[in-house]
Design a protein around this ligand. Structure first.
Ligand SMILES: O=C(O)CCC(=O)C(=O)O
Length: 277
């Protein structure tokens, strides 16, 4: 459960870093499972349903960039999505009826891990309200050197920003970046086992990993059950209730939302690289 101060911090800043959510034993199981999945990936070509790869191999091996849908890839990831400490914190920010929206594992491997440019999450999958939160579970120590998360505190209050160039959704904020003071960006280094809670409208990014240490982030996006998706890539577990009750009503916030036009399944790295330059 979050303290009153932590809840206020999240509401004001749109993010909150929490230390020590996972134990060393829990981390060990996740690390071992990832090692197995990475080994399995060596035999796969792209596209495949397990993962994608960094553009350039290293030492004759493919480097996994992202494991898609870890929730479906191994039991330990599915179980972790319902970890009591995590769901208690999620409940404190989006209410008691909680669904999983999607999951992913960003590997950001030592030396070659790709950057992620400034974006908000919600424009990829607009919903009828803004009660979605990403929990970014740190599987390694995240530092300035290996590309820890960066956020713009308070940017969630700007509402959904435009992520299009020449009318096409490109997975990063374009003209609307001038509405934001980038000098206010804050790095969020965190030890393995910690977790960052990120409001779906908080602007965030991360630098490439030029260090010798990996920076793996396991991400679960949760939503309040009465937030209904308007556009975005579907998945088989989206909408599974992890706590509370099924929705009997839909909640709408006022506004005009851009419907992203990216082809179903396109990931953020490819969108940003292809169009963002
Ligand atoms: O891996 C990161 O540093 C950021 C991840 C992110 O923002 C995303 O995958 O949408």
């Amino acid at each position: 459960m979050l303290t009153r101060e932590q809840k206020v911090f999240y509401q004001e800043n749109g993010s909150l870093a929490l230390e020590g959510i996972l134990s060393q034993e829990e981390l060990k199981i996740l690390h071992e499972t990832i090692d197995e999945l990475v080994e399995k990936a060596q035999g796969l070509e792209t596209p495949n349903s397990l993962c994608d790869f960094e553009p350039v191999p290293e030492g004759g091996r493919k480097v996994v960039r992202r494991i898609f849908h870890p929730f479906e890839q191994a039991k330990c990831f599915e179980e972790l999505a319902s970890h009591k400490t995590i769901l208690d914190a999620v409940e404190d920010v989006i209410g008691p009826n909680i669904q999983i929206h999607h999951s992913k594992l960003n590997m950001k491997s030592a030396g070659v891990g790709s950057p992620v440019k400034w974006h908000q999450d919600l424009p990829f999958f607009p919903h009828t309200n803004f009660d979605l939160v990403a929990c970014l579970i740190h599987l390694d120590d995240a530092t300035l050197e290996n590309g820890c998360l960066r956020v713009i505190p308070g940017s969630h209050k700007k509402g959904p920003l435009d992520h299009r160039r020449d009318g096409k959704f490109i997975g990063m904020v374009t003209d609307d970046l001038k509405k934001v003071d980038l000098d206010k960006a804050v790095d969020v280094p965190l030890k393995a086992g910690g977790m960052v809670m990120l409001h779906c409208l908080t602007l965030h990014s991360s630098a490439p990993n030029r260090s010798r240490s990996p920076r793996r982030l396991l991400i679960y996006e949760y939503r309040a059950s009465d937030a209904i998706q308007l556009r975005g890539t579907p998945n088989d577990y989206m909408g599974r209730i992890l706590r509370g009750e099924a929705p009997t009503t839909v909640r709408l916030v006022e506004g005009t939302f851009i419907l992203p036009d990216y082809p179903i399944g396109t990931n953020i790295y490819d969108l940003q690289a292809e169009y963002g330059g």
